[in-house]
Design a binder for this molecule. Structure first.
Ligand code: SF4
Length: 479
């Protein structure tokens, strides 16, 4: 999972892109980068949190009114400085891209880029391959003069990408002398929203993974970049857009479960409201299945589950309690690499509040159970602090399958529900009752309300139905 942004403004964009990486920090804490251009490219990137990477001094060197940014959480490629995005190439024009997602036919594309095109890849990042495919396609058919001609040229290039690149990819790109380019894969798996701002009678544009920075930067949300859509803002601020391909719209459901910030609105669905509805649906299921099991308190595994726990407690009529205090200065464990790091960090990050827990029947609400280690540690901590009984509910159904679209769920063996039945998971977690959300209740929670156009959210990690799975879209390119 990563966070991307692209801004076309009538004033300098460096500080606004910095604010964007701060507001998308939850989507990737491994590295951050910004590239801008005036008559040449300016870049700064580094490993670590955005406020460690950028300073007032290095931001001042990022000149220009057009730029892109990236927060990195690696799912493909290594952890070196070379993998940090945006990535760029100098031929043709000078192109830089920021990519959120994961490409599933990486090997085949590497073959094309290196063997057929004789281009050099400096990393194992799928984003670098995507950059070179775009560069190669833009290198065809001469040099367009007008913006209209260049947009036609872009339509051909991105249509070609939609035909040959499989997987999930939301992309912001800048092209020297041409402007800002944005596109989203035909299934719309990863989010990409758009906003506009009046700047003394002229229009500024922003495109980003989430709208979390719009309010502070003064942008008004203008919906989404549609699946299969290409948007181009030329150097003079003229916007061109075209939906090149129309496929089934399959946005990632896990964005709503865990990744996105609660104040985000993705694909016209509010994340906060969807999490309330997840808690509500889970409560209905609890009341149906365990009408006689009544906890004394409901506590969230902080902090993504807070919203669902609040709705759950309300629906079953039991007090909501912040029985686990979360140290806000420790990173999200799911994003950290390696089992030992994760195990060590749970106690470091969560502290049970004894007055809320001792001698009580405690119901813990978590957003999901992925590997199971965090949930087990939480249960043990709550028992250590004197809970009489412990019940555990998950707002997400069992996560059984790996994700190939940009989320770190690499093998079924690492996923507790990938190789254990619910009863065995209950024993492993050492809980008195374990209840998972049903898939249809999760889908209902995400799609119940709103003028959204989601056909079927991607739920491959839950139901094993991979929405791309190597399928080509040759026959679906629109006029
Ligand atoms: Fe999201 Fe799961 Fe689909 Fe991956 S497999 S895109 S995490 S819903």
């Amino acid at each position: 999972m990563c966070g991307i942004a692209g801004i076309y403004s009538h004033k300098s964009v460096a500080n606004e892109l910095y604010e964007s990486v701060i507001h998308l920090q939850h989507r990737g804490q491994d590295a951050a980068g910004i590239m801008t251009y005036d008559d040449r490219m300016h870049k700064h990137k580094g490993l670590g949190l955005a406020n460690e990477v950028f300073t007032e001094d290095n931001l001042q060197l990022l000149l220009g009114n057009i730029g892109i940014s990236h927060n990195r959480y690696p799912t493909h490629g290594g952890f070196s400085h070379g993998e940090i995005q945006p990535v760029w190439t100098s031929v043709p024009y000078g192109i830089a891209i920021a990519h959120n997602g994961q490409i599933t036919n990486y090997d085949e594309l590497v073959e094309e880029v290196t063997k057929k095109e004789k281009r050099y890849l400096n990393t194992t990042s799928d984003s670098e391959v995507l950059l070179h495919i775009l560069a190669k396609e833009l290198d065809k058919n001469g040099i367009p003069n007008t913006s209209e001609e260049f947009f036609d040229h872009l339509c051909d290039a991105v249509s070609s990408i939609f035909k040959k690149v499989n997987g999930a990819y939301s992309v912001t790109a800048l092209i020297i002398g041409k402007g800002l380019v944005v596109f989203r894969d035909p299934r719309g798996i990863r989010p990409l929203v758009r906003g506009e701002r009046d700047n003394n009678g002229k229009k500024d544009y922003i495109f980003s993974s989430e709208n979390t920075m719009f309010y502070s930067l003064g942008y008004t949300p203008k919906g989404n970049v549609l699946p299969g859509e290409l948007i181009y803002v030329d150097n003079d601020g003229k916007l061109f857009s075209k939906r090149l391909v129309k496929e089934e719209f399959n946005p990632c459901i896990f964005e709503y479960v865990y990744f996105a910030r609660p104040d985000a609105v993705l694909n016209d669905v509010g994340v906060y409201r969807s999490r309330l509805r997840m808690g509500q649906n889970l409560a209905y299921a609890w009341l149906k299945k365990y009408p006689d099991v009544i906890p004394d308190i409901v506590i969230p595994a902080p902090s993504t589950a807070n919203t669902s726990a609040l709705a759950f407690a309300h629906e079953i009529g039991v007090r909501y309690s912040e029985g686990l205090y979360k140290n806000p200065f420790v990173g999200r464990t799911f994003i950290m690499q390696g089992q030992n790091e994760r195990k060590k960090s749970i106690k470091h990050k969560l502290v049970p509040q004894e007055t809320e827990i001792r001698d009580k029947k405690v119901l813990i609400v978590d957003d999901s159970i992925v590997r199971g280690n965090t949930s087990r540690e939480i249960v043990r901590m709550v028992r250590d602090f004197g809970a009489k009984e412990v019940y555990f509910v998950s707002a997400c159904p069992p996560v059984k399958h790996p994700c190939y679209y940009g989320v770190d769920m690499p093998t079924s063996e690492e996923l507790i529900a990938g190789n254990k039945k619910v009863d065995d998971i209950k024993k492993y977690l050492e809980v008195d009752v374990l209840l998972y959300q049903e898939i249809e209740d999760l889908v209902e929670a995400v799609t119940r309300i709103g003028d959204h156009h989601i056909d079927n959210p991607c739920m491959a990690c839950l139901d094993g139905h991979y929405v791309v799975n190597g399928r080509q879209v040759h026959d679906l390119v629109m006029d």
